[in-house]
Design a protein around this ligand. Sequence first.
Ligand code: GLN
Length: 538
Amino acid sequence: MTKYIFVTGGVTSSLGKGIISASLAKLLQARGYRVTIQKFDPYINIDPGTLNPYEHGECYVTEDGAETDLDLGHYERFLNAPTSQANNITTGRIYQNVINKERRGDFLGKTVQVVPHITDEIKRNMRILGESGNYDIVITELGGTVGDIESLPFIEAVRQFKWEEGPTNAIVIHLTLIPFLAAAGELKTKPTQHSVKALLEYGIQPDILVCRTEHHISQDIRKKIALFCNVNVNAVIESIDASSIYSVPLLMMKEHLDKTVLSKLKLPNKNEPDMESWKDFLGRLKNPTAEVKIGLVGKYVELPDAYKSITEAFIHAGAKNECKVRVEYIPSESINADNVKEKLGHLQGVLVAPGFGSRGIEGKIEAIKYVRTNDVPFFGICLGMQCAVIEFGRNVLGLSQANTTEIDESSKHPVINMMEGQKNVTAKGGTMRLGAYPCDIKKGTKAYQAYGKQHITERHRHRYEFNNAYLKQYEEAGMQASGINPESNLVEIIELKNHPFFVGGQFHPELKSTVANPHPLFVKFVAAAMEHAEKKTK
Ligand code: GLN
Protein backbone atom coordinates (compact mmCIF):
# COMPACT_ATOMS: atom_id res chain seq x y z
CA MET A 1 0.00 0.00 0.00
CA THR A 2 1.32 3.43 -0.95
CA LYS A 3 1.90 6.03 1.74
CA TYR A 4 1.49 9.75 1.07
CA ILE A 5 3.43 12.76 2.27
CA PHE A 6 2.21 16.28 1.55
CA VAL A 7 4.57 19.22 1.72
CA THR A 8 2.98 22.63 2.26
CA GLY A 9 4.62 26.01 2.69
CA GLY A 10 3.87 28.83 5.10
CA VAL A 11 4.94 32.39 5.91
CA THR A 12 6.56 33.15 2.55
CA SER A 13 7.27 31.67 -0.84
CA SER A 14 10.75 30.58 -2.00
CA LEU A 15 11.48 28.57 1.16
CA GLY A 16 12.70 25.66 -0.94
CA LYS A 17 9.84 23.17 -0.69
CA GLY A 18 11.18 21.49 -3.82
CA ILE A 19 14.61 20.93 -2.30
CA ILE A 20 13.18 19.68 1.01
CA SER A 21 10.85 17.31 -0.85
CA ALA A 22 13.70 16.06 -3.04
CA SER A 23 16.02 15.68 -0.04
CA LEU A 24 13.49 13.68 1.93
CA ALA A 25 12.78 11.54 -1.13
CA LYS A 26 16.51 10.95 -1.55
CA LEU A 27 16.87 9.74 2.05
CA LEU A 28 13.88 7.41 1.74
CA GLN A 29 15.16 6.11 -1.58
CA ALA A 30 18.59 5.56 0.00
CA ARG A 31 16.87 3.35 2.57
CA GLY A 32 15.47 1.19 -0.19
CA TYR A 33 11.99 2.68 -0.55
CA ARG A 34 10.51 3.35 -3.99
CA VAL A 35 9.68 7.05 -3.93
CA THR A 36 8.40 9.67 -6.33
CA ILE A 37 7.53 13.33 -5.98
CA GLN A 38 4.74 15.26 -7.65
CA LYS A 39 4.04 18.96 -7.74
CA PHE A 40 0.59 20.56 -7.68
CA ASP A 41 0.65 24.18 -8.83
CA PRO A 42 -2.21 26.56 -8.14
CA TYR A 43 -2.03 28.65 -11.32
CA ILE A 44 -4.56 28.42 -14.13
CA ASN A 45 -2.20 27.72 -17.03
CA ILE A 46 -2.60 24.09 -18.09
CA ASP A 47 1.18 23.81 -17.76
CA PRO A 48 4.11 26.25 -17.58
CA GLY A 49 4.94 25.70 -21.27
CA THR A 50 3.46 29.03 -22.31
CA LEU A 51 5.04 31.03 -19.48
CA ASN A 52 7.89 33.45 -19.98
CA PRO A 53 10.89 32.20 -17.93
CA TYR A 54 10.74 35.48 -15.98
CA GLU A 55 7.45 34.28 -14.44
CA HIS A 56 8.41 30.93 -12.91
CA GLY A 57 11.93 30.21 -14.14
CA GLU A 58 12.80 27.48 -16.60
CA CYS A 59 10.23 25.14 -18.09
CA TYR A 60 11.41 21.59 -17.39
CA VAL A 61 10.60 18.92 -19.98
CA THR A 62 10.11 15.27 -19.03
CA GLU A 63 10.79 12.11 -21.07
CA ASP A 64 7.14 11.88 -22.09
CA GLY A 65 7.18 15.46 -23.35
CA ALA A 66 5.37 17.24 -20.52
CA GLU A 67 6.28 20.89 -20.01
CA THR A 68 6.55 21.19 -16.25
CA ASP A 69 7.63 23.20 -13.24
CA LEU A 70 11.36 23.50 -12.59
CA ASP A 71 11.03 21.63 -9.29
CA LEU A 72 10.64 18.42 -11.31
CA GLY A 73 14.22 19.02 -12.40
CA HIS A 74 15.30 18.90 -8.75
CA TYR A 75 13.34 15.69 -8.22
CA GLU A 76 15.09 14.03 -11.16
CA ARG A 77 18.54 15.37 -10.27
CA PHE A 78 18.24 14.11 -6.69
CA LEU A 79 16.52 10.78 -7.35
CA ASN A 80 18.10 9.95 -10.72
CA ALA A 81 14.68 8.72 -11.83
CA PRO A 82 12.45 10.13 -14.56
CA THR A 83 9.24 12.02 -13.87
CA SER A 84 6.28 12.38 -16.23
CA GLN A 85 3.16 14.39 -16.97
CA ALA A 86 1.52 12.81 -13.93
CA ASN A 87 4.13 14.44 -11.67
CA ASN A 88 2.96 18.01 -12.36
CA ILE A 89 -0.66 19.11 -12.14
CA THR A 90 -2.03 22.65 -12.21
CA THR A 91 -5.36 24.18 -11.27
CA GLY A 92 -5.85 24.70 -15.00
CA ARG A 93 -5.55 21.00 -15.74
CA ILE A 94 -7.89 20.08 -12.88
CA TYR A 95 -10.56 22.48 -14.15
CA GLN A 96 -10.02 21.39 -17.74
CA ASN A 97 -10.65 17.76 -16.75
CA VAL A 98 -13.74 18.64 -14.74
CA ILE A 99 -15.15 20.87 -17.48
CA ASN A 100 -14.53 18.20 -20.11
CA LYS A 101 -16.42 15.71 -17.93
CA GLU A 102 -19.26 18.20 -17.52
CA ARG A 103 -19.50 18.68 -21.30
CA ARG A 104 -19.55 14.91 -21.77
CA GLY A 105 -22.49 14.75 -19.41
CA ASP A 106 -20.75 12.90 -16.60
CA PHE A 107 -22.47 15.07 -13.99
CA LEU A 108 -25.81 15.25 -15.80
CA GLY A 109 -28.42 16.97 -13.65
CA LYS A 110 -25.94 18.11 -11.01
CA THR A 111 -24.46 21.50 -10.15
CA VAL A 112 -20.69 21.23 -10.66
CA GLN A 113 -18.88 22.81 -7.69
CA VAL A 114 -15.42 23.40 -6.22
CA VAL A 115 -16.38 21.01 -3.41
CA PRO A 116 -16.77 18.14 -4.21
CA HIS A 117 -16.03 18.10 -7.96
CA ILE A 118 -12.79 20.05 -8.09
CA THR A 119 -11.50 18.60 -4.83
CA ASP A 120 -12.41 15.07 -6.00
CA GLU A 121 -10.50 15.63 -9.23
CA ILE A 122 -7.50 16.91 -7.24
CA LYS A 123 -7.59 13.83 -5.00
CA ARG A 124 -7.92 11.54 -8.03
CA ASN A 125 -4.78 13.11 -9.48
CA MET A 126 -2.96 12.92 -6.15
CA ARG A 127 -3.50 9.14 -6.20
CA ILE A 128 -2.57 8.37 -9.83
CA LEU A 129 1.13 7.67 -9.22
CA GLY A 130 0.42 5.81 -5.97
CA GLU A 131 -2.08 3.57 -7.72
CA SER A 132 0.43 2.64 -10.42
CA GLY A 133 1.92 0.21 -7.93
CA ASN A 134 5.39 1.54 -8.68
CA TYR A 135 5.89 3.45 -5.45
CA ASP A 136 5.91 2.80 -1.72
CA ILE A 137 5.81 6.51 -0.97
CA VAL A 138 4.48 9.46 -2.97
CA ILE A 139 5.52 12.93 -1.89
CA THR A 140 3.21 15.72 -3.06
CA GLU A 141 4.53 19.25 -3.01
CA LEU A 142 1.86 21.94 -3.00
CA GLY A 143 2.90 25.10 -4.79
CA GLY A 144 2.09 28.47 -3.23
CA THR A 145 1.79 29.50 0.41
CA VAL A 146 -0.92 28.44 2.86
CA GLY A 147 -3.48 31.20 3.01
CA ASP A 148 -3.35 32.05 -0.70
CA ILE A 149 -6.83 32.15 -2.19
CA GLU A 150 -5.83 30.08 -5.17
CA SER A 151 -4.41 27.14 -3.22
CA LEU A 152 -7.51 26.65 -1.04
CA PRO A 153 -9.02 23.77 -3.07
CA PHE A 154 -5.70 21.90 -2.86
CA ILE A 155 -5.52 22.37 0.91
CA GLU A 156 -9.12 21.18 1.26
CA ALA A 157 -8.28 18.16 -0.92
CA VAL A 158 -5.34 17.34 1.39
CA ARG A 159 -7.62 17.57 4.43
CA GLN A 160 -10.07 15.12 2.87
CA PHE A 161 -7.28 12.87 1.64
CA LYS A 162 -5.75 12.66 5.10
CA TRP A 163 -9.11 11.84 6.62
CA GLU A 164 -9.82 9.17 4.01
CA GLU A 165 -6.41 7.50 4.23
CA GLY A 166 -5.95 7.77 7.98
CA PRO A 167 -3.19 9.35 10.03
CA THR A 168 -0.53 6.70 9.39
CA ASN A 169 -1.02 6.62 5.62
CA ALA A 170 -0.97 10.33 4.82
CA ILE A 171 1.00 12.98 6.67
CA VAL A 172 1.62 16.68 6.21
CA ILE A 173 5.00 18.34 6.47
CA HIS A 174 4.72 22.10 6.77
CA LEU A 175 7.70 24.20 5.77
CA THR A 176 7.96 27.54 7.56
CA LEU A 177 10.38 30.35 8.23
CA ILE A 178 11.96 31.25 11.58
CA PRO A 179 13.20 34.79 10.91
CA PHE A 180 16.14 36.25 12.81
CA LEU A 181 15.61 39.80 14.04
CA ALA A 182 19.07 41.27 14.08
CA ALA A 183 18.09 44.26 16.27
CA ALA A 184 16.67 41.95 18.93
CA GLY A 185 19.30 39.28 18.28
CA GLU A 186 16.54 36.70 18.35
CA LEU A 187 14.90 33.99 16.27
CA LYS A 188 11.17 34.52 16.07
CA THR A 189 8.60 31.73 16.13
CA LYS A 190 5.41 33.78 15.81
CA PRO A 191 5.14 33.64 11.99
CA THR A 192 5.34 29.84 12.25
CA GLN A 193 2.65 29.75 14.92
CA HIS A 194 0.40 31.88 12.72
CA SER A 195 0.96 29.82 9.66
CA VAL A 196 0.16 26.59 11.52
CA LYS A 197 -2.94 28.35 12.86
CA ALA A 198 -3.93 29.11 9.25
CA LEU A 199 -3.56 25.42 8.38
CA LEU A 200 -5.61 24.46 11.44
CA GLU A 201 -8.40 26.78 10.28
CA TYR A 202 -8.57 24.67 7.14
CA GLY A 203 -8.73 21.55 9.26
CA ILE A 204 -5.16 20.35 8.87
CA GLN A 205 -2.84 19.60 11.76
CA PRO A 206 0.68 19.33 10.32
CA ASP A 207 2.60 16.27 11.51
CA ILE A 208 6.08 17.68 11.02
CA LEU A 209 7.40 21.24 10.82
CA VAL A 210 10.51 21.95 8.80
CA CYS A 211 11.80 25.34 9.90
CA ARG A 212 13.97 27.35 7.52
CA THR A 213 16.44 29.45 9.46
CA GLU A 214 19.71 31.33 9.15
CA HIS A 215 20.78 30.36 12.70
CA HIS A 216 20.62 27.13 14.67
CA ILE A 217 17.37 26.62 16.54
CA SER A 218 17.92 25.89 20.22
CA GLN A 219 16.15 23.13 22.13
CA ASP A 220 14.08 25.78 23.92
CA ILE A 221 12.83 27.23 20.68
CA ARG A 222 12.02 23.76 19.38
CA LYS A 223 9.99 23.09 22.54
CA LYS A 224 8.17 26.36 22.16
CA ILE A 225 7.27 25.67 18.53
CA ALA A 226 6.19 22.13 19.46
CA LEU A 227 3.98 23.36 22.28
CA PHE A 228 2.23 26.07 20.27
CA CYS A 229 1.86 24.03 17.11
CA ASN A 230 0.76 20.70 18.65
CA VAL A 231 3.66 18.60 17.34
CA ASN A 232 6.29 16.44 19.05
CA VAL A 233 9.59 18.15 19.74
CA ASN A 234 11.34 15.64 17.46
CA ALA A 235 8.95 16.68 14.70
CA VAL A 236 10.40 20.20 14.71
CA ILE A 237 13.12 19.96 12.10
CA GLU A 238 15.74 22.63 11.60
CA SER A 239 16.57 23.47 8.01
CA ILE A 240 19.49 25.83 8.17
CA ASP A 241 20.78 27.73 5.11
CA ALA A 242 23.24 25.56 3.23
CA SER A 243 26.03 26.51 0.85
CA SER A 244 24.76 23.97 -1.68
CA ILE A 245 21.33 22.45 -2.24
CA TYR A 246 23.13 19.11 -2.44
CA SER A 247 24.06 19.37 1.26
CA VAL A 248 20.41 19.47 2.28
CA PRO A 249 19.77 15.68 2.26
CA LEU A 250 22.62 15.19 4.75
CA LEU A 251 21.40 18.07 6.91
CA MET A 252 17.92 16.50 6.92
CA MET A 253 19.43 13.16 7.82
CA LYS A 254 21.19 14.74 10.79
CA GLU A 255 17.83 16.12 11.90
CA HIS A 256 16.28 12.63 11.48
CA LEU A 257 13.61 13.90 9.10
CA ASP A 258 13.46 10.53 7.34
CA LYS A 259 13.23 8.59 10.62
CA THR A 260 10.48 10.82 11.94
CA VAL A 261 8.56 10.42 8.68
CA LEU A 262 8.88 6.64 8.76
CA SER A 263 7.71 6.42 12.33
CA LYS A 264 4.66 8.63 11.59
CA LEU A 265 3.84 6.45 8.59
CA LYS A 266 4.45 3.28 10.64
CA LEU A 267 6.94 2.07 8.07
CA PRO A 268 9.89 -0.09 9.10
CA ASN A 269 12.94 1.93 9.86
CA LYS A 270 15.18 -0.87 8.63
CA ASN A 271 18.36 0.16 6.81
CA GLU A 272 20.19 3.36 7.50
CA PRO A 273 20.22 5.47 4.29
CA ASP A 274 23.08 4.50 2.03
CA MET A 275 24.40 7.95 1.13
CA GLU A 276 27.97 6.91 0.29
CA SER A 277 27.94 7.89 -3.39
CA TRP A 278 26.14 11.12 -2.53
CA LYS A 279 28.84 11.96 0.01
CA ASP A 280 31.46 11.10 -2.54
CA PHE A 281 29.85 13.58 -4.97
CA LEU A 282 29.72 16.26 -2.26
CA GLY A 283 33.36 15.63 -1.41
CA ARG A 284 34.39 16.26 -5.01
CA LEU A 285 32.06 19.25 -5.27
CA LYS A 286 33.52 20.88 -2.18
CA ASN A 287 37.21 20.12 -2.82
CA PRO A 288 37.90 21.13 -6.39
CA THR A 289 41.47 20.99 -7.66
CA ALA A 290 40.91 23.35 -10.58
CA GLU A 291 38.66 26.22 -11.53
CA VAL A 292 37.21 27.46 -14.81
CA LYS A 293 35.07 30.40 -15.76
CA ILE A 294 32.35 29.67 -18.28
CA GLY A 295 30.14 32.31 -19.85
CA LEU A 296 26.45 31.60 -20.22
CA VAL A 297 25.22 33.84 -23.01
CA GLY A 298 21.46 34.15 -22.90
CA LYS A 299 18.56 36.52 -22.93
CA TYR A 300 17.03 35.78 -19.51
CA VAL A 301 20.23 36.07 -17.47
CA GLU A 302 18.82 38.51 -14.89
CA LEU A 303 16.91 35.54 -13.46
CA PRO A 304 19.27 32.59 -12.94
CA ASP A 305 16.24 30.29 -12.39
CA ALA A 306 15.59 30.66 -16.11
CA TYR A 307 18.64 28.45 -16.71
CA LYS A 308 18.31 26.27 -13.61
CA SER A 309 19.04 22.91 -15.23
CA ILE A 310 22.08 24.27 -17.08
CA THR A 311 23.51 25.70 -13.86
CA GLU A 312 22.95 22.40 -12.07
CA ALA A 313 24.43 20.38 -14.96
CA PHE A 314 27.60 22.48 -14.58
CA ILE A 315 27.69 21.62 -10.88
CA HIS A 316 27.43 17.88 -11.65
CA ALA A 317 30.01 18.07 -14.45
CA GLY A 318 32.32 20.22 -12.31
CA ALA A 319 32.24 17.70 -9.45
CA LYS A 320 32.95 14.88 -11.90
CA ASN A 321 36.03 16.80 -13.13
CA GLU A 322 36.91 17.97 -9.58
CA CYS A 323 36.73 21.46 -10.97
CA LYS A 324 34.90 24.50 -9.68
CA VAL A 325 32.84 25.90 -12.55
CA ARG A 326 32.13 29.59 -12.16
CA VAL A 327 29.26 30.47 -14.44
CA GLU A 328 29.22 34.07 -15.60
CA TYR A 329 25.81 35.15 -16.90
CA ILE A 330 26.17 37.42 -19.92
CA PRO A 331 23.16 39.13 -21.53
CA SER A 332 23.32 38.31 -25.23
CA GLU A 333 22.00 41.77 -26.13
CA SER A 334 25.08 43.38 -24.60
CA ILE A 335 27.50 41.67 -27.01
CA ASN A 336 28.57 43.25 -30.30
CA ALA A 337 31.53 43.05 -32.67
CA ASP A 338 33.35 45.87 -30.88
CA ASN A 339 33.14 44.55 -27.34
CA VAL A 340 33.05 40.77 -27.81
CA LYS A 341 36.71 40.27 -26.88
CA GLU A 342 36.32 42.31 -23.74
CA LYS A 343 33.14 40.39 -22.82
CA LEU A 344 34.44 36.88 -23.52
CA GLY A 345 38.24 37.11 -23.62
CA HIS A 346 38.73 36.03 -19.99
CA LEU A 347 36.55 32.91 -20.23
CA GLN A 348 37.62 29.29 -20.69
CA GLY A 349 34.36 28.27 -22.30
CA VAL A 350 31.12 29.75 -23.61
CA LEU A 351 27.67 28.21 -23.55
CA VAL A 352 25.04 29.81 -25.75
CA ALA A 353 21.65 29.22 -24.20
CA PRO A 354 18.28 28.09 -25.50
CA GLY A 355 15.62 30.69 -26.16
CA PHE A 356 12.83 32.01 -28.32
CA GLY A 357 12.40 35.10 -30.48
CA SER A 358 14.79 37.60 -31.95
CA ARG A 359 15.97 39.57 -28.91
CA GLY A 360 19.72 39.08 -28.41
CA ILE A 361 20.24 36.75 -31.37
CA GLU A 362 22.88 38.90 -33.07
CA GLY A 363 24.87 39.02 -29.81
CA LYS A 364 24.78 35.24 -29.62
CA ILE A 365 26.03 34.97 -33.19
CA GLU A 366 28.82 37.45 -32.46
CA ALA A 367 29.84 35.43 -29.38
CA ILE A 368 29.94 32.24 -31.45
CA LYS A 369 32.09 33.85 -34.13
CA TYR A 370 34.55 34.85 -31.42
CA VAL A 371 34.82 31.42 -29.79
CA ARG A 372 34.96 29.63 -33.15
CA THR A 373 37.82 31.74 -34.45
CA ASN A 374 39.70 31.84 -31.14
CA ASP A 375 39.51 28.12 -30.29
CA VAL A 376 37.55 28.75 -27.09
CA PRO A 377 35.44 25.72 -26.09
CA PHE A 378 31.82 26.22 -27.13
CA PHE A 379 28.61 24.46 -26.27
CA GLY A 380 25.34 25.48 -27.93
CA ILE A 381 21.98 24.31 -26.70
CA CYS A 382 18.89 24.37 -28.91
CA LEU A 383 18.71 28.01 -30.06
CA GLY A 384 22.43 28.17 -29.19
CA MET A 385 23.09 25.35 -31.65
CA GLN A 386 20.89 27.01 -34.25
CA CYS A 387 22.89 30.24 -33.87
CA ALA A 388 26.11 28.28 -34.41
CA VAL A 389 24.68 27.00 -37.69
CA ILE A 390 23.68 30.52 -38.74
CA GLU A 391 27.09 31.93 -37.82
CA PHE A 392 28.91 29.23 -39.79
CA GLY A 393 26.61 29.80 -42.76
CA ARG A 394 27.25 33.53 -42.77
CA ASN A 395 30.95 33.66 -41.99
CA VAL A 396 32.35 30.41 -43.39
CA LEU A 397 30.01 29.45 -46.20
CA GLY A 398 29.50 33.06 -47.27
CA LEU A 399 25.69 32.84 -47.06
CA SER A 400 25.40 36.38 -45.77
CA GLN A 401 21.65 36.12 -45.27
CA ALA A 402 21.72 32.77 -43.48
CA ASN A 403 19.06 32.81 -40.77
CA THR A 404 16.39 30.89 -38.94
CA THR A 405 12.88 31.34 -40.25
CA GLU A 406 11.86 32.01 -36.66
CA ILE A 407 13.41 35.45 -37.15
CA ASP A 408 13.34 36.02 -40.89
CA GLU A 409 10.56 34.12 -42.59
CA SER A 410 11.66 35.14 -46.06
CA SER A 411 15.37 34.49 -45.52
CA LYS A 412 17.22 33.67 -48.75
CA HIS A 413 19.17 31.03 -46.82
CA PRO A 414 16.87 29.44 -44.24
CA VAL A 415 19.58 27.22 -42.74
CA ILE A 416 17.30 26.73 -39.75
CA ASN A 417 13.77 26.05 -40.82
CA MET A 418 10.43 25.28 -39.27
CA MET A 419 9.73 21.55 -39.20
CA GLU A 420 7.17 20.36 -41.78
CA GLY A 421 4.86 19.08 -39.09
CA GLN A 422 4.87 22.48 -37.35
CA LYS A 423 3.83 24.57 -40.32
CA ASN A 424 0.07 24.31 -39.78
CA VAL A 425 0.20 24.43 -36.00
CA THR A 426 -1.26 27.64 -34.58
CA ALA A 427 -1.94 26.71 -30.93
CA LYS A 428 0.98 27.48 -28.62
CA GLY A 429 0.45 25.12 -25.67
CA GLY A 430 2.18 21.72 -25.81
CA THR A 431 2.64 21.80 -29.59
CA MET A 432 6.43 21.94 -29.96
CA ARG A 433 8.63 18.93 -30.64
CA LEU A 434 8.67 17.78 -27.03
CA GLY A 435 10.19 15.01 -24.97
CA ALA A 436 12.65 12.21 -25.65
CA TYR A 437 13.72 11.30 -29.18
CA PRO A 438 16.40 8.85 -30.29
CA CYS A 439 19.66 10.03 -31.78
CA ASP A 440 22.44 8.04 -33.47
CA ILE A 441 25.97 9.24 -32.87
CA LYS A 442 28.68 8.98 -35.51
CA LYS A 443 31.84 7.22 -34.41
CA GLY A 444 35.06 9.21 -34.32
CA THR A 445 33.31 12.44 -33.30
CA LYS A 446 33.51 14.50 -30.10
CA ALA A 447 29.93 13.53 -29.40
CA TYR A 448 30.93 9.87 -29.57
CA GLN A 449 33.91 10.50 -27.29
CA ALA A 450 31.52 12.02 -24.77
CA TYR A 451 28.70 9.46 -24.87
CA GLY A 452 30.86 6.44 -25.59
CA LYS A 453 27.95 4.82 -27.41
CA GLN A 454 26.01 5.01 -30.64
CA HIS A 455 22.37 5.09 -29.59
CA ILE A 456 21.16 7.73 -27.19
CA THR A 457 17.95 9.62 -26.47
CA GLU A 458 17.67 13.25 -25.50
CA ARG A 459 14.79 15.60 -24.68
CA HIS A 460 13.59 18.28 -27.04
CA ARG A 461 11.57 21.50 -26.92
CA HIS A 462 11.57 23.47 -30.15
CA ARG A 463 9.81 24.11 -33.46
CA TYR A 464 12.80 24.78 -35.74
CA GLU A 465 15.49 22.47 -37.10
CA PHE A 466 18.65 22.31 -39.14
CA ASN A 467 17.65 22.51 -42.83
CA ASN A 468 19.01 19.34 -44.43
CA ALA A 469 19.14 21.01 -47.86
CA TYR A 470 22.36 22.65 -46.60
CA LEU A 471 23.89 19.63 -44.87
CA LYS A 472 26.30 18.65 -47.63
CA GLN A 473 27.65 22.17 -47.93
CA TYR A 474 28.19 22.39 -44.15
CA GLU A 475 29.90 19.03 -43.86
CA GLU A 476 32.25 19.78 -46.73
CA ALA A 477 33.31 22.98 -44.97
CA GLY A 478 34.00 21.23 -41.65
CA MET A 479 30.77 21.46 -39.67
CA GLN A 480 29.73 17.89 -39.13
CA ALA A 481 26.36 16.43 -38.18
CA SER A 482 27.59 14.03 -35.49
CA GLY A 483 24.15 13.08 -34.19
CA ILE A 484 21.15 12.26 -36.38
CA ASN A 485 17.62 11.18 -35.53
CA PRO A 486 17.40 7.71 -37.13
CA GLU A 487 13.65 8.02 -37.84
CA SER A 488 13.35 11.53 -39.24
CA ASN A 489 16.93 12.20 -40.35
CA LEU A 490 16.89 15.47 -38.42
CA VAL A 491 20.31 16.81 -37.40
CA GLU A 492 20.52 16.65 -33.60
CA ILE A 493 24.20 17.44 -32.96
CA ILE A 494 26.66 19.55 -34.91
CA GLU A 495 30.35 19.96 -34.24
CA LEU A 496 33.46 21.42 -35.81
CA LYS A 497 36.31 19.14 -36.79
CA ASN A 498 39.12 21.66 -36.47
CA HIS A 499 38.35 23.10 -33.09
CA PRO A 500 39.22 21.93 -29.55
CA PHE A 501 35.53 21.72 -28.58
CA PHE A 502 32.72 23.20 -30.61
CA VAL A 503 29.52 21.23 -30.13
CA GLY A 504 25.84 22.16 -30.46
CA GLY A 505 22.80 20.06 -29.61
CA GLN A 506 19.29 20.62 -30.92
CA PHE A 507 18.06 18.92 -27.71
CA HIS A 508 18.39 19.93 -24.06
CA PRO A 509 21.12 17.78 -22.48
CA GLU A 510 20.85 19.75 -19.23
CA LEU A 511 17.49 18.11 -18.50
CA LYS A 512 19.06 14.70 -18.12
CA SER A 513 22.03 15.59 -15.93
CA THR A 514 21.75 14.19 -12.40
CA VAL A 515 24.03 13.85 -9.38
CA ALA A 516 24.44 10.14 -10.11
CA ASN A 517 24.77 10.66 -13.88
CA PRO A 518 26.36 13.97 -14.85
CA HIS A 519 25.63 14.63 -18.51
CA PRO A 520 28.53 13.43 -20.72
CA LEU A 521 28.47 16.51 -22.99
CA PHE A 522 28.70 18.84 -19.99
CA VAL A 523 31.48 16.69 -18.51
CA LYS A 524 33.46 16.90 -21.77
CA PHE A 525 32.78 20.60 -22.17
CA VAL A 526 34.10 21.34 -18.67
CA ALA A 527 37.12 19.13 -19.36
CA ALA A 528 37.75 21.11 -22.56
CA ALA A 529 37.52 24.37 -20.60
CA MET A 530 40.08 23.00 -18.12
CA GLU A 531 42.42 22.13 -20.99
CA HIS A 532 41.93 25.57 -22.46
CA ALA A 533 42.90 27.12 -19.10
CA GLU A 534 46.00 24.97 -18.89
CA LYS A 535 47.06 25.86 -22.42
CA LYS A 536 46.64 29.54 -21.59
CA THR A 537 48.80 29.37 -18.45
CA LYS A 538 51.51 27.50 -20.37
N1 GLN B 1 13.30 28.99 -30.66
C1 GLN B 1 13.94 27.83 -31.15
C2 GLN B 1 12.96 26.81 -31.69
O1 GLN B 1 11.80 26.84 -31.38
C3 GLN B 1 14.80 27.20 -30.07
C4 GLN B 1 14.03 26.71 -28.89
C5 GLN B 1 14.90 26.42 -27.70
O2 GLN B 1 16.02 26.93 -27.60
N2 GLN B 1 14.39 25.64 -26.77
O3 GLN B 1 13.34 25.96 -32.47
